[in-house]
Design a protein around this ligand. Structure first.
Ligand SMILES: Cc1cc2nc3c(=O)[nH]c(=O)nc-3n(C[C@H](O)[C@H](O)[C@H](O)COP(=O)(O)OP(=O)(O)OC[C@H]3O[C@@H](n4cnc5c(N)ncnc54)[C@H](O)[C@@H]3O)c2cc1C
Length: 279
């Protein structure tokens, strides 16, 4: 389908982008366009104006600062993949195909709030956050776990822009990302991200993120608790992974039933934890 009519502007500063968004309540930010443009073509979204962030300086790149990585909102999935920043890179590598990874951005995927997107649950497992800015320069930090409130819903106000994503550097952790889909280079039917710190043969800390196991990204807290403090071996992992689907409410869709997703979560969790402790 053809989108409804819209205006297009490509501001050259963050201030300009902010005031353009503030001056028109139906305007929307445009990042990589790989979610917004398809939605406009389906007329699920019909913004009056697209405010393209491509020319806004300072929104791109990965920098290390005081135990954190600062990732600009306009950093593409490909750039994150190439940056070699652990779990986030492993997940970025599985997003769609090279064309989508060259255009799609971390800020766009987090603001979009798709329950099948890879990055939201990864950022939750890493206990990261986003910085959101309002016109006038006031900004707030939103924990990854508080950002997405439902399918395509976030706590972001229409005038707020994500400017950067903060990812704690997890020293001494192994990690793995396991994603299951019907076709290669597709959204996850289910995905599990794991980061585990092993000290003296014991799982000292365990972080597990679940993608597409509810309308929001989740942590597999029961499985995390079951493995924390246990020996880092196959038996403890198998026991913990059995609890991966606890408290989840996966949507039944054309690809799979909720029951099948429960099964996938347990299998992928075992694989991801095994990968993380062997990394
Ligand atoms: C064929 C195909 C396959 C895909 N497969 C996957 C996959 O396997 N896994 C996956 O995770 N994703 C997948 N995607 C989605 C892809 O990752 C998109 O890049 C992503 O969802 C949106 O990022 P974007 O930069 O394109 O954002 P856009 O489409 O430009 O914007 C999306 C939404 O976010 C808002 N927005 C954008 N930037 C900001 C910002 N800085 N601050 C506030 N709001 C902002 C926009 O206004 C819009 O509402 C796929 C897409 C396609 C087309």
């Amino acid at each position: 389908m053809i989108p409804a009519d819209f205006d297009y502007v490509a501001p050259e500063s963050l201030d300009e982008a902010m005031s353009l968004l503030a001056s028109d309540e139906d305007a929307k930010a445009l990042a990589g366009g790989h979610s917004l443009i398809p939605m406009m073509r389906l007329r699920v979204s019909a913004p009056s104006k697209l405010v393209d962030l491509r020319r806004v300086p300072g929104l791109r790149g990965v920098e290390r600062e005081n135990g954190h990585l600062r990732v600009g909102a306009m950093t593409t999935h490909h750039e994150i993949d190439a940056a070699g920043i652990g779990l986030a890179s492993a997940a970025a590598h599985t997003i769609a195909d090279q064309q989508v990874r060259n255009r799609g951005t971390i800020g766009g995927t987090l603001a979009h709030g798709d329950r099948a997107s890879d990055m939201p649950a990864v950022l939750m497992a890493l206990e990261g956050s986003v910085t959101a800015m309002k016109p006038g320069g006031e900004s707030r930090e939103i924990a990854a776990g508080d950002l997405i409130t439902g399918y395509w819903q976030t706590v972001l106000e229409p005038v707020e822009l994500i400017t950067e994503v903060r990812i704690p550097v997890l020293e001494g952790y192994g990690y793995a990302y396991e994603k299951f889909n019907r076709r290669q280079e597709d959204w996850a039917m289910v995905a599990v991200s794991a980061a585990v710190k092993v000290e003296d043969g014991v799982c000292a800390d365990v972080r597990i993120g679940l993608t597409h196991m509810a309308s929001v990204p989740l942590r597999a807290t029961a499985a995390e608790e079951a493995l924390r403090g246990q020996p880092a071996n196959a038996e403890s992992i198998a026991k913990a992974a059995e609890q991966a689907a606890e408290g989840t409410r996966p949507p039944t869709d054309l690809n799979s039933s909720a029951d099948y997703k429960h099964h996938l979560a347990r299998v992928l969790c075992r694989r991801a934890l095994t990968g993380a402790i062997s990394a």
